[in-house]
Design a protein around this ligand. Sequence first.
Ligand code: AMP
Length: 416
Amino acid sequence: MTYRSIKGTKDILPSETPLWQFAEQTIRDVFRQFNYKEIRTPVFETTSLFARSIGELTDIVGKEMYTFQDRSGDSITLRPEGTASALRAYIQNNLGESLPLTKVYYIGPMFRQERPQAGRLRQFHQFGAEAIGSPTAETDVEIIAMTLEIYKRLGITSYTLQINSVGDEECRPRYKEVLRTELLKIADKLSAESQKRISQNPMRVLDSKDENDKALTAGMPLITEYLNDECKAHFERVKGLLTAYGIPFTVNGRLVRGLDYYTKTAFEITSTELGSQDALAGGGRYDLLVKELGGKQTPGVGFAAGMERLMMILEKKGFQPPAQRPAVFLAAADEQSRDWVLKTTMELRSSGIAAECDLLSRSLKSQMKEADRQQAQFALVVGAMELETGTAVLKNLTDHSQQQIPLGTVAQFFTR
Ligand code: AMP
């Protein structure tokens, strides 16, 4: 029996991890510069946390969650996104008590049972951030600017920012009524999925991927025309700030996103360098969510972005991360010097130097081949004679220059 990874999951191989680590480091740098602190929550939670926050009628809750009963009979779900968990932790640990504005970020795996294809996996990774406690448009724009800064930092410029306002608990119900009335007129022509959504969540119909649905709803009224004064003012301020910061955007009145918890601002970043799964990141404001999950009324805004899709673009651009390579490969010229080589390799490592030696009892020739294969910067060849004289030749494997160094100063050579 040979085992294979489960459909829709992917090994991130040693040849790929340098790029992942480089991107993750850049992402962490940007978060730190914007003063967001990392939060790490469990990968599984009580099912109702997600059902309640993301919305029963969304694709995620309706058909994509990995939900199972554990041995105590509790319904558990592998997290399909990060916001619900972050807010649960915020409420449970009273994070808002000591800080009026809590700024957190996360990077980690998420799980959704979607149909796997390029850029769509069942275990994928997201990085994201939440600013919990601020109702201002400035915070929305900070979140958007921070997301874009990450792509900019990684040399990605081929993206489009779309924004919308999905209203609030006062103006959205009014708009939904108008939309529902319009949709009911063409209900029999819509896809079965959209028909189901008309009564409970008509805005989802505008988000339908069905081409026929899209054509039929093309002229439908948009939420942007029905915003109340507060939502309208907020949206105007967001647009004004984006313009002031020189961030190009387009308003897409049909943008509702795949999660139901948004209020006011919603946004999505897409890239033409991706295939049909072109969404790089998305986010928005969720002023009702903390209360919905049992906390005090607290406004918030956040975003989530896909790591794999970011990797796809970086790979396509031929982006070369700094390679992980030993600073020095210590080669034993004979049997007598193997112990010294091993011991010295360990000592160099303890001094913070990336050092490697042979663990396969290979010939000197094979050891030198291995030093090249590992792209070591230097090789130090030590045999009985070198141990006796106390000096050895240090070979620079890049420019092939050589120098004689005292064996007692190897560590200093690499730490100076
Ligand atoms: P969402 O939480 O659906 O708004 O997703 C945020 C981002 O996560 C998307 O823009 C994608 O970049 C990424 N993403 C979502 N679902 C998947 C998936 N199944 N596989 C890979 N990336 C995904």
